[in-house]
Design a protein around this ligand. Sequence first.
Ligand code: C2E
Ligand code: CA
Ligand code: CA
Length: 629
Amino acid sequence: MWNYSFAVPSLLVILLYAVYYFYLPRLPIKMNRTFLRLLIIQCAVTTLDIVSSIADDHYQAFSIVLLYILNGAYFIVFIFRALHFYFFTLNVFRIDYTDGKKRSLFVKIPIIFSFLVVLSSPFTHAIFYIDESGYHAGKYYFFLNFVQWFLILGSFFVLQQLRNVPKRRRDVKGVFFYNTILLTGTIFRIMYPHHLIMDTFCLIAITIIYLTFENPDFYLESRSYAFNSRALREYLDEINGKKKYKIMAFIIHNYSEVREIYGGRQMDTGISIIGNYLYQTFRKYKVFYFRSGRFVIVGDENMDVEMVHNTLVKRFMSPWKSNDTELYLEAGYTVIESGNWSSCDAVLNMLISMLEIVEKSEDGSINYVDAKVMEEATKGTEIKKALEYAVDNNKVEVFMQPVIDGATGKLVGAEALARIRDENGKLIPPGLFIPIAEKNGKINQLGEQVFAKTCKFIQENDIKKMGMKWVNVNLSPIQFMRSDLDVRLHAILDKYEVDPGVIHLEVTEEAMGEEGLMEKQIGNIREKGFFFVLDDFGKGYSNISRLKKYPFINIKLDMSIVWDYCKNPDVILPNLVNTFEKMGFSVTAEGVEDEKMAADMVKIGCDYLQGYYYSMPIPIDEFVAKYGG
Ligand code: C2E
Ligand code: CA
Ligand code: CA
């Protein structure tokens, strides 16, 4: 009476999936656990479908009780399967079915009810019954279809709500696809009840899930048994805040240089050798490779980090070898514990910055992330947020610090300095946010905002009347990398109808790194009419002969050498200033904090003075009120 030509091959294929899935390491996240259960349930449903159908065909040979048990068990796992397809949809979108009473009732009531109906069937004959002529569908058999449709509808409902979240578009497509297949299966099941065809449709649905979400390779580093960075992200995202954990991470010293020396291919082999070693050695823990020579081992709160550390230090003393590879490597170590991390990204950022620190540490001991480091890290993310907000909303403020003519003691210019504020409106010093902006590229926008606001200041105020001949604006070395910098600056200048001659661009020697490029850039910008000033002279490495090549009109002495001289006068600084004057540069002394310092600086020949003695940097309106006459 039953036709097994679909069910038997389906069973074989699902067994194959299960074997492969068990063979590779699996990340213990909810979605994977649901999938694993789905595989097992699917094996059970298909097996019971075949076995109970055979028994029903030969009902005379079996006791009635056994027939009830086999058929009843089949219907129970059948409902379970539908339920797990629905759970899988929730897992894909990280929806917790236990959060929110409504959603959990939505599932519980129909499921419990259908179990009751199935289990009571021997007495009520609701879903099925068995009599002298064998197995029969009961009067309310169709109810099982309703439960299935109800759950599929639940999945479609989730999709409906998420369809406009762009990040989810691919996931939405996958989920839509397998649910449509399930729906089609239920229809075929009604049309061809004797072909046991639903199992095949479920197999197709599982195949779709496998291909889109569950291939174990998606989570593995190529050619090794270590999980990859995507896996680390998803795993931490799931356990952070819910479970206690410890992370032991290490980084290969000078990874990029070592990679250059050994070559990319050898290094990749090395990485998979290390990954496999960690996987074999620390079976109790999860091993991840987080790109760029960084490995991460995650364990529970009882993880013995000292033991792991000692094992690794010992192992790194000998080379990593395979057929054609022999790598001598060193590593730096860090440990992070679960705590009040706001998100998995916070943990990962901490991990990355700690590894950056230990990459250079020589002693190979563990660097623990303590409360102080943690506080600094959160501060770092706050600054990043404030920076992003200020830059994206045109909220970077410009403060002006006066520059004074040494001969007259009067205002002659000003330096524009960037400021941003934190959530409470408190100022954040540029020493904290400029390096971050230079790292993440925001410095280009930030610099142009400061430049534009300075132009606006010049346009709106009669600076000549204030005694000012120019305004200085800082240029970061990063801004210099843009070959269209001259065009961009000039466009802003045009907008505010400002004469380029009153803008002095401050650059540091750091910016003059690549000589050819820099000469060209500076030449282009000079052509547009801007002047250049050398900032922070004496702060680091200085090369006087190189200065001849660049069209600076002024050199600013960094406050470190100004302070040095004022404390212990010598002949070096006066001679230097003298040389600069002979080379045609005017000289500005920075960091002038009192009258004596001002007098000293004028005496050795500085033309201009800048420092707290005259004024700290102040907001533009304050500046105008103070010097506007
Ligand atoms: P800088 O260009 O050397 O700017 C001078 C810094 O010295 C300013 O710090 C100023 O407030 C401080 N200063 C001035 N006089 C005195 C003094 O008498 N005593 C002491 N102790 N300090 C004094 P600020 O505003 O915190 O800026 C720090 C650095 O941030 C600047 O150093 C500059 O490198 C960078 N920066 C500021 N604004 C911008 C900007 O718009 N673009 C770029 N690329 N960098 C900027
Ligand atoms: Ca400056
Ligand atoms: Ca300076």
